[in-house]
Write a protein that binds this ligand. Structure first.
Ligand code: HEC
Ligand code: HEC
Length: 173
């Protein structure tokens, strides 16, 4: 009788919430399995699984307001600072970057970025990053350099594919 008093809509929402929670449990189980098996394996393999899940979580949480920014264009310190202060994100408050999402995104960003030397200043914009410059040896990227201009040359940005380029770049030697 109790269940009959629910409207179809709330039932659906409840189902959806349950499914959502189920996914997180799966993620947790996979993650702990990856970490567990990692103890007996080489370090590289143990890092791969959480980073893989982390990439999906990154795409889900960090690509709604702007394109997914590739980890390698910014130093590890920048990503750490951004993840540690989600409530103060360039004037935005990223409320869903908590505990497990924060942790999984970190596994991904950390694995594919490099740290700076200790005396270097942490850049908070792509334009200030020497790693961004190093990744563009042939290109004088038009100013202003920021997340809004990447797709003028990179045609696969939504899937974090920064290898595919527009035809003029693709065909140049
Ligand atoms: C609610 C919207 C929103 C979400 C979600 C969001 N950002 Fe941002 N992000 C912004 C805004 C606004 C800026 C500043 C853009 C500007 O100045 O043009 C920014 C800028 C950035 C920059 C600097 C870009 C540049 O051009 O130099 C990085 C890096 C960045 N965000 C990373 C992240 C990461 C990592 C996440 C997920 C944890 C995330 N963002 C999620 C709104 C968001
Ligand atoms: C004017 C065109 C242009 C713009 C704008 C541009 N790129 Fe690139 N990017 C290239 C080219 C061309 C390469 C290949 C390296 C080279 O030839 O210098 C490249 C290489 C890369 C790579 C390495 C890809 C790989 O794995 O081989 C990354 C990552 C990247 N760009 C990210 C970005 C981001 C992020 C932005 C925006 C902030 C951006 N690029 C803006 C043209 C551009």
């Amino acid at each position: 009788m109790l269940f009959n008093s629910y409207t179809g809509k709330t039932k659906k929402t409840a189902k959806k919430n349950l499914a959502k929670r189920g996914i997180w449990w799966l993620v947790l189980i996979f993650w702990s399995m990856a970490i567990g098996s990692g103890i007996s394996q080489a370090q590289g393999t143990s890092e791969a699984k959480p980073a893989e899940i982390g990439k999906e979580v990154y795409l889900e949480h960090c690509a709604s307001c702007h394109i997914p920014i590739p980890p390698e264009v910014l130093p590890t310190q920048t990503w750490q600072e951004l993840l540690e202060k989600p409530q103060n994100h360039y004037g935005e408050n990223l409320k869903d970057i908590i505990s497990i999402t924060q942790r999984l995104i970190w596994e991904y960003l950390r694995l594919y970025s490099r740290p700076l030397n200790p005396e270097e200043k942490t850049p908070m914009y792509i334009a200030q990053s020497r790693y961004f410059k190093a990744l563009h040896p042939r290109v004088e990227v038009p100013k202003p350099v920021n997340h809004q201009s990447c797709n003028s040359c990179h045609i696969g940005v939504q899937n974090l594919d920064y290898r595919s380029l527009t035809p003029p770049w693709e065909n140049s030697p």
